[in-house]
Write a protein that binds this ligand. Structure first.
Ligand SMILES: *Cc1c(COP(=O)(O)O)cnc(C)c1O
Length: 428
C-alpha cells in the first residue's frame, strides 16, 4: 500500500508501483508500442478520452507511467508527462500555454540549450522572450512582464552558473501577474528542492542528469502542481473547446490536471517526443538511489570546492555550498544540499585551464553533467559555444570557467586527480 505520509526516501525506493499478489516485484519493462482490445468501442472511448487506458505508446505506456507517477509523488504534484529529453520537456511545457504573438520572461542564468530555444527557435514560431537578471530587484523583473506574457521561467540551481533561484521573489511576481512560474529543477532534483513548496506551478527536469544518475538515458519530465488557476481569462487554450477532441474544454474535463493532460493528449499526440519505455525503466531504477546519491554528490562537491578554494593555483571557485558564495544564503533557504556541480577558474586563464582538463585521469572531459562519474566540461567552447561573448557572460560563462560534475568516487581520489592535473597544467 502506498502512503501519502511517506518521506521522499521511501517514495524514491517504493513510490507508485505496487505489485499485486504474484506480480513482478520490479516495475515491468513494457517494451510495446501498442495494446490489444476486445472491441472497437473500447478503443473509440480511449480516443475520445472517455476511458482511461493505454492505446499507443506515443500517448502513454505502463512503464513510462510508473516513472511519471513516482516523479509526481516526489515533486508533490497532480500529474506528469515524461518526454524524450529535457529539451523536449521544456519545449512542451512552454508550447502548452504559449502561441504565436505571445511572450515569456526567463531568468538569464540558463542551460545553453534552453537559452537557444528561447532566444532563437521559439522566436521563429513567433514566441519571444525577455531575459532578466534573477538577482535584480522584484520591480525590475516584474517590469519585463507584458500583457502577452504567458509564464515566468527559471532554473532552481542554474547550469552551469549555480545561481540559486529566489523562489519567494519569483513566485510573488508570477502570482501578481497571474501567470505560472515554471521551474527547471534538474540540478537539485526533488531530493534537494521541491519547487512546489516554494510557489512554483510547473516543474520540468532533464532526467538525463541526476534522476537517471548513471548517464544511460536521455529523458525529460514535466510535473504539474495542479494549483495554478488556468481559468483566470489568460489561457483560452486550456479553458476553451478543443476541436481536436470534439470541443472538449481541458479545464472543465480535467479540473486541476488540465495543464498536464492537455500536454499529453494534445502535444505528445501531435509532436510525439515521448520517453522510450527502456529509458523510463532505467530512470525509474535511478530514482531508487536518488536520495543517497544527492547527499554524497553534495558532500563530495563541498569538500572539493573547499580544497580548490584553498589552493593557490586556483583563481576562483563558485559553489553555493561555500559559505563565501554569493548564493549561499539562498541555498540555505531553498536547497537541502547544493548538488555535485561547481565551477572554477585556474590561475593562468583559459590556456592553463585547457591543460588542466587534458591532464585529468580519473575525471573525464564529457558533454554531460550530474552522473556517478566525476567529469569536467568547458562551457565556453562546448555547451555554450553558440552564444556570443555577451550572452555567455549573461549566462554566467566566462572564458576560463571549468564546470565540474563531482561524482560518487572517494573524495580523496577526486582531489588527488585534481591535484596532479593542476601540477601538470602549470608545468606545461
Ligand atoms: C541538460 C539540461 C537540460 C537539457 O536536457 P536534455 O535531457 O539534455 O535535453 C535542460 N536544463 C538543464 C538545467 C540541464 O542541465
Amino acid at each position: 500500500m502506498q502512503s501519502t505520509d511517506w518521506k521522499l526516501e521511501t517514495i524514491a525506493v517504493q513510490g507508485a508501483y505496487t505489485p499485486a499478489d504474484g506480480e513482478p516485484r520490479i516495475v515491468p519493462l513494457v517494451q510495446s508500442t501498442t495494446y490489444a482490445y476486445e472491441s472497437a468501442k473500447g478503443i473509440a472511448d480511449l480516443f475520445d478520452l472517455k476511458a482511461a487506458g493505454h492505446m499507443y505508446t506515443r500517448i502513454s505506456n505502463p512503464t513510462v507511467a510508473e516513472f511519471e507517477a513516482k516523479m509526481t509523488m516526489l515533486e508533490g504534484g497532480v500529474g506528469a508527462l515524461a518526454c524524450s529529453s529535457g529539451q523536449a520537456a521544456i519545449t512542451y511545457a512552454l508550447l502548452n500555454i504559449c502561441r504565436t504573438g505571445q511572450h515569456i520572461v526567463a531568468a538569464q542564468a540558463l542551460y545553453g540549450g534552453t537559452f537557444n530555444l528561447l532566444s532563437q527557435t521559439l522566436p521563429k514560431l513567433g514566441i519571444t522572450c525577455t531575459f532578466v537578471d534573477q538577482h535584480a530587484p522584484a520591480a525590475e523583473i516584474a517590469a519585463a512582464i507584458q500583457d502577452n506574457t504567458r509564464c515566468l521561467f527559471a532554473e532552481s540551481l542554474s547550469n552551469p552558473g549555480t545561481e540559486v533561484l529566489d523562489f519567494d521573489k519569483f513566485s510573488t511576481i508570477a502570482r501578481e501577474a497571474k501567470i505560472p512560474l515554471i521551474v527547471d529543477n534538474t540540478f537539485p532534483t526533488p531530493h534537494l528542492c521541491r519547487p512546489f513548496e516554494f510557489g512554483a506551478d510547473i516543474v520540468v527536469h532533464s532526467s538525463s542528469k541526476y534522476i537517471d544518475g548513471h548517464a544511460t538515458s536521455l529523458g525529460g519530465i514535466i510535473i504539474d502542481s495542479g494549483r495554478f488557476d488556468w481559468t483566470n481569462g489568460k489561457f483560452p487554450e486550456i479553458t476553451e473547446p478543443d476541436p481536436s477532441y470534439h470541443g472538449l474544454s481541458y479545464s472543465e474535463a480535467f479540473k486541476e490536471s488540465a495543464y498536464i493532460l492537455k500536454a499529453r493528449v494534445q502535444l505528445s499526440r501531435d509532436m510525439g517526443a515521448v520517453l522510450a519505455p527502456m529509458n523510463a525503466w532505467l530512470s525509474n531504477l535511478g530514482l531508487e538511489t536518488l536520495h543517497l546519491r544527492m547527499e554524497r554528490h553534495s558532500e563530495n562537491a563541498t569538500r572539493l570546492a573547499e580544497w580548490l578554494a584553498a589552493d593557490s593555483r586556483v583563481q576562483w571557485v563558485k559553489y553555493p555550498g561555500l559559505e563565501t558564495d554569493k548564493n549561499h544564503a539562498l541555498a540555505q533557504r531553498f536547497l537541502k544540499g547544493t548538488s555535485g556541480v561547481l565551477t572554477f577558474g585556474v590561475q593562468g586563464g583559459a590556456a592553463t585551464g585547457e591543460r588542466f582538463m587534458n591532464s585529468l585521469k580519473l575525471a573525464k572531459l564529457v558533454v554531460h553533467v550530474a552522473d556517478a562519474r566525476t567529469s569536467v566540461l568547458h562551457p565556453a567552447s562546448m555547451t555554450h559555444r553558440q552564444l556570443n561573448a555577451e550572452q555567455q557572460v549573461q549566462a554566467g560563462v566566462s572564458p576560463e570557467l571549468i564546470r565540474v560534475s563531482v561524482g560518487l568516487e572517494h573524495i580523496d581520489d577526486i582531489i588527488a586527480d585534481f591535484d596532479q592535473a593542476l601540477t601538470a597544467a602549470n608545468q606545461g
